[in-house]
Structure formats: C-alpha cells, structure tokens
Design a protein around this ligand. Structure first.
Ligand SMILES: Cc1cc2nc3c(=O)[nH]c(=O)nc-3n(C[C@H](O)[C@H](O)[C@H](O)COP(=O)(O)OP(=O)(O)OC[C@H]3O[C@@H](n4cnc5c(N)ncnc54)[C@H](O)[C@@H]3O)c2cc1C
Length: 374
C-alpha cells in the first residue's frame, strides 16, 4: 500500500487545546501525559516506518478505569485515538491520526492471576509476550504464540494482530490461546467477552476481536491459555544446496503426516545476516531448514529419524541435532534475529507475508530467486 493508501480517509483534527490537555492530565496524571514535540516523535510510527504522523498527545493510563475515562473524553470531543502496545506492528496499526491521541498501554503491564491447575493466566495488555512464559516456565508451562518480536511486543498488540510465530504450525496463533477479554468500547463502556472456560455460550466475539487491529475497542484484560511443556523437544538443522531442495523437504515432511512443533526455512542472505548478528553457528549453505519436534521421547526419536531421511533424500548434505538447551536456544535466536538482521544487508527493505499451497513451494522459491537475480 502506498503512503496515500494508508493515510487515505484520515481527516485532520483540530489541535488539542490546553483545557483538553488538562482534562486528560487529570485522568492519567501529569506523568501519564506526553505532549512535548520531541517526545511525541517516539510515537509517530510503528514498525512500518515509512509512514509517520505526529499525534497531538500520548496518554499512558495505568488502569481500566483510566482507559475508560480517556476514551469517554475522546468520544465526547470527537478526538480520534489509536491504541498502542510496543509499537512493533508491521501494518501501521498504531499509526496516529494527526493531532489525535495515542493511547499507550505500556504501563498496564501486570500479570493479575496465574491459575496453573486450569492452565490460565490473566494479564493486562502491556505485558510483554515472553514475560508470560517467564512467569510459568519454572512450573513447566509456556505461552505458545511466539512472534520473532516476542521479547518486546505486548500481549495487547498480539491480540489485535493475531500474532503468530514459528511454533504456531502445531500450537496455533494467538486466537487459539485467548479465551476471554475485557474491552473498552469506543464510547468508553466496558464489556467482557468469553471467559476462563472453553466455548462460552453465544457468538464467538473473542474470535471477532482477535485480529481486529485495534478497530473494535481497547483490550484492558486478557485471559490466556498456557500449555504444558512437552516431555521432549529436539531441534534439527538441515543444510541444503538451495531453498528449492529445502522447500521440497518441507512438503515431504508434511505429506508424511507429521506435524512438527515448527519448521522454518532460511535462504543464503538470511543465514548470512543472522550469522553476522548473533553467531548462531549455522552451516554455510543455500537453504537451511530448522525443524523442531516435541512430544513423548519415543515418538520424537522416531520422528527425528524420519525427518532425517526425508531431508537426506531431498539433498541435505549436513544434518545436526542441537545437543543442549543452550544450543537449541542459539538456533532459535538466529532465526528470530533474522528479520531485524536483514537491516545489515540493506537499510531499506519491505516485508511481505505470503500464503501459498505447500505443494508449489519449490516453484515459488525458484521464481523468487529468479526475480532477486534481476
Ligand atoms: C523484528 C520484528 C519481528 C516480528 N516478527 C513477527 C512474527 O514473527 N509474527 C508476527 O505475527 N508478527 C511479527 N512482528 C510484528 C509485531 O511484532 C506483531 O504484530 C505484534 O503483535 C505487535 O505487538 P505490539 O505490542 O508491538 O503492538 P503495536 O505495534 O503497538 O500495535 C499493533 C496493533 O495493535 C493495536 N493494539 C495494541 N494494543 C492494543 C490493545 N490493548 N487493545 C486493542 N488494540 C491494541 C494497535 O492499535 C495496532 O493496531 C514482528 C515485528 C518486528 C519489528
């Protein structure tokens, strides 16, 4: 989408006057109001940095009641607002409207409840994704959706974007792990959607809200489902001459009826960029596959043998299985750093997510390679 496309229909609003700023400050406190031009620049864009708009003010509420009061005031004065988590979104969802309000949920970062017997955690929207797992890891639980940005992005932003990551192949996207929501609607009223139990009666309004990119309301509390850590986890690295062979191996693994916890592929440039950034000790190859299998020990060992065979029959010339938790963590660190590390190759790049049938993966990769060479 061009600059005009994303900004189309965004009307200019009148500047916020001192009276209004004072009213906002009386809700969130002076420390919860940002309106100096230098500080506002921090909030002029999200991860889609080609689009920048200076907001009129940024408000940092610390409770649901404060969010409601801010939203009510915006509603009364017809001031546009956008919610913001950590600002890592790549679709311009947290892009302000000129002179409008940015409602940052960063201060609402408390974990309210950890209910291990029922595998539920109740959080505020500003909680960082990785902190949910951090809170329950010692009890052998984890929060499955793992976007590459998980060390900085917020659960509120994950909900709005229905974020996913490498392990969503097996465990599902954010929508599979959000059971209930407390939401402030655009007029400031409060609703509760879903709940702690699965499949609450009525329409699936949680499903409607997850992925709605902040357009339906502001999530102020989120009930998450956490997952018991599997008994055994093994991560395999397979080096191929090119991504074509790696792509064919992916098709082969899925066609064999396996559902790995994750399968990720990296091409030569991504490998080089990630290596330079975090020294993940990847093989120097044209196409790299990371395959993670988890479950009971006997099942994982049988599947690893099968994956090894499929990779070799598709041309893999080196296969390694991570030998320790530290080695496994390094393998994933490299993969998760790859996106940001591409900045080393080019300061300007644009990311496109595509969906294709897995059977045409090798053809599509060949075409991408041909286009890159042009
Ligand atoms: C290096 C990098 C790697 C990434 N990797 C992945 C990846 O692997 N998978 C993936 O899915 N995404 C990825 N992303 C994109 C981004 O991290 C995710 O979309 C993430 O969910 C955004 O969270 P955030 O807290 O930064 O949200 P923001 O960018 O602040 O906001 C995103 C959207 O959520 C809305 N929002 C925020 N909080 C709330 C709330 N409480 N209530 C209602 N709406 C709200 C905003 O209005 C906006 O529309 C990546 C981004 C970067 C920069």
């Amino acid at each position: 989408m061009g600059q005009a496309g994303l900004l189309e229909g965004r009307r200019e609003v009148r500047s916020l006057d001192l009276g209004l700023l004072n009213e906002f400050a009386s809700i969130v406190g002076k420390r919860g109001l940002i309106c100096s031009p230098e500080e506002l620049h921090t909030y002029e864009c999200d991860g889609l940095t080609n689009f920048r708009v200076l907001p009129g003010a940024v408000l940092l509420p610390s409770s649901t009641e404060q969010v409601q009061s801010v939203v009510r005031l915006c509603h009364r004065e017809k001031i546009p607002f956008v919610a913001r988590g950590s600002g890592t979104g790549l679709s311009g969802g947290a892009l302000p409207v000129a002179n409008g309000i940015v409602l940052s949920l960063a201060r609402m970062n408390r974990i309210h409840e950890v209910d291990l017997p029922n595998a539920r955690v109740v959080v505020e929207p500003g909680v960082i994704n990785l902190d949910v797992t951090g809170r329950v890891a010692s009890q052998d639980y984890f929060y499955a959706p793992d976007p590459s940005s998980q060390s900085v992005c917020s659960i509120g932003g994950n909900v709005a974007e229905n974020a996913g990551g490498a392990h969503c192949l097996k465990y599902g996207f954010t929508t599979t792990h959000v059971l209930g929501l407390e939401v402030v609607l655009p007029d400031g009223s409060l609703v509760h959607l879903g709940g702690k139990t699965l499949d609450t009666p009525g329409y699936d309004l949680v499903g409607v809200f997850v992925g709605s990119e902040g357009t339906l309301g502001v999530a102020t509390k989120i009930i998450l489902r956490i997952v018991k850590r599997p008994a055994c986890v093994r991560t395999l690295l397979a080096a191929f001459p090119t991504t074509n062979e790696a792509g064919a191996a992916v098709s082969g693994i899925i066609a064999a009826g396996m559902l790995p916890a994750a399968i990720e592929m990296m091409d030569k440039l991504a490998i080089q960029a990630a290596e330079a950034a975090v020294h993940a000790n990847y093989p120097d190859c044209g196409g790299l596959l990371l395959v993670e299998l988890d479950g009971p020990l006997a099942e994982v060992e049988a599947l690893i043998t099968q994956v090894d065979e499929i990779c070799r029959s598709n041309g893999a010339w080196e296969i390694r299985v991570a030998q320790s938790e530290a080695e496994r963590a390094l393998v994933w660190k490299g993969r998760k750093a790859a996106f940001a590390a591409v900045g080393r190759l080019s300061p300007n790049y644009i990311v496109q997510d595509g969906v294709i049938p897995r059977t045409v993966l090798p053809e599509v990769l060949m075409e991408i390679e041909r286009l890159s060479a042009e």
